[in-house]
Design a protein around this ligand. Structure first.
Ligand SMILES: Nc1ncnc2c1ncn2[C@@H]1O[C@H](COP(=O)(O)OP(=O)(O)OP(=O)(O)O)[C@@H](O)[C@H]1O
Ligand SMILES: [Mg+2]
Length: 363
């Protein structure tokens, strides 16, 4: 046994005697450099997010090389600030957790390497966390009473999943997108409308001034009984509507188009998520949560809440600070694993494509 492994075992023994875990969490899977300290999976002692948005605006989207380089430049300062704001030093922590996938491989490797270095230097347990499990765990930070089982819609830049959260770290995938993720569709339509990156929030802003009933976009696939989504056809229909109008010299109201597109996507997401919850027997059907970057969308939050309430289902969504990428959600997602003593080896690699079900314990 190495000196590091002995130190980790001592720490895990200490946790068994006094179950209070303060986890330093790090997230660098895409274009946010984030660090946080979270106590017992529920209490955020600090959460620092450095966004790279200004760096990527000139390119209209995330440039992976620029993202990796910026993570390298910022990670030290971001982690130091998270520790300072929590008023804790490295030896006072109980573990280091980090996103190890899915995400941009170069970006993931920066956080992963940094977290490993800290864990090794301080003799702390080290844990890799699935990014989508973290997005789901953002709900535990915002509603301290929420416990599995529940049904969850994850709508983010790279994912649109309906998942039954059977238990902490036990997930059953009910449905997924067949093509674009919801956030990706928002970003692509925003781009065609001439809105700057990041598309989703800017499209929402424009949609607030528009009439959502002005243009209609049908999608036979999404009207079916299944729980899979498809957003690529809707995106193409919006793009074609805009191009046809331009070619015909017809003026098109961009705000109405944005509002109509948003309503179409929101209705599909909310309908399927509520139907999925209704199809679950027992407690998993009584609670519906929302997660991922698109959960910051006010129209989606309102539609989900209204439909869930009408169906007698309790609705949960993260505070705005924990909707898009952050490290506090990583610290929450790592808690159960740490308390079971399931740490990762320092040889853990970054996995750009990592399914949520592979993360499931004992499946
Ligand atoms: N208010 C909003 N309305 C619609 N979409 C939004 C809003 N805010 C953020 N988004 C979208 O959420 C996505 C970013 O979310 P998030 O940070 O979770 O994605 P990611 O980490 O890039 O992808 P993933 O989590 O799937 O790996 C982007 O596509 C963005 O446009
Ligand atoms: Mg994300």
């Amino acid at each position: 046994m190495t000196q590091y492994e002995r130190a980790v075992n001592d720490r895990l023994e200490k946790l068994k005697r006094r179950p209070r875990a303060r986890i330093l969490a790090i997230e660098t899977s895409c274009d946010e450099t984030a660090a946080a300290v979270v106590e017992n999976g529920r209490t955020v002692l600090s959460s620092v997010v450095h966004t790279q948005i200004p760096l990527h605006v000139p390119y209209g989207g995330v440039v992976p090389e620029i993202a990796s380089r910026s993570h390298v430049q910022k990670i030290g300062a971001v982690v130091r600030r998270a520790l300072d704001e929590a008023g804790l030093t490295l030896p006072e922590l109980d573990a280091v957790a980090v996103t190890n996938g899915p995400g941009l491989v170069g970006a993931l490797l920066v956080g992963l390497s940094y977290a490993k270095g800290l864990a090794y230097a301080a003799g702390l347990p080290f844990l890799g966390v699935h990014h989508i499990a973290s997005h789901i765990a953002a709900n535990y930070l915002s509603d301290l009473s929420l416990e599995p089982p529940f049904t969850c819609l994850v709508a983010s830049g790279g994912h649109s999943h309906i998942i039954v959260v059977e238990d902490y770290e036990r997930y059953r995938l009910l449905g997924r997108t067949r093509d674009d993720a919801a956030g990706e569709a928002f970003d692509k339509v925003a781009r065609v409308l001439g809105l700057p990156y990041p598309g989703g929030p800017n499209l929402e802003k424009l949609a607030r001034e528009g009439d959502p009933t002005r243009y209609r976009f049908h999608s036979a696939f999404n009207e079916g009984d299944g729980f899979d989504f498809s957003f690529s056809g809707i995106k193409t229909a919006v793009v074609n509507r805009l191009h046809n109008a331009q070619q015909a010299g017809e003026t098109i109201d961009r705000a109405d188009l944005a509002a109509s597109f948003q309503k179409t996507v929101v209705d599909i997401l909310a309908d399927k998520a509520v139907r999925a919850a209704q199809a679950q027997p027992g407690a998993a059907g009584e609670k519906l949560a929302l997660a991922g970057g698109v959960s910051a969308n006010g129209a989606l939050r309102a539609a989900m809440e209204q439909r869930a309430n009408k169906a007698g289902i309790a609705f949960y969504c993260p505070d705005f600070a924990y909707c898009t990428d952050n490290a506090a959600m990583v610290g929450s997602a790592a808690y159960g694993k740490l308390m079971r003593g399931e740490t990762d080896a320092l040889s853990l690699n970054a996995v750009p494509y990592l399914s949520i079900e592979e993360q499931t314990q004992g499946a």
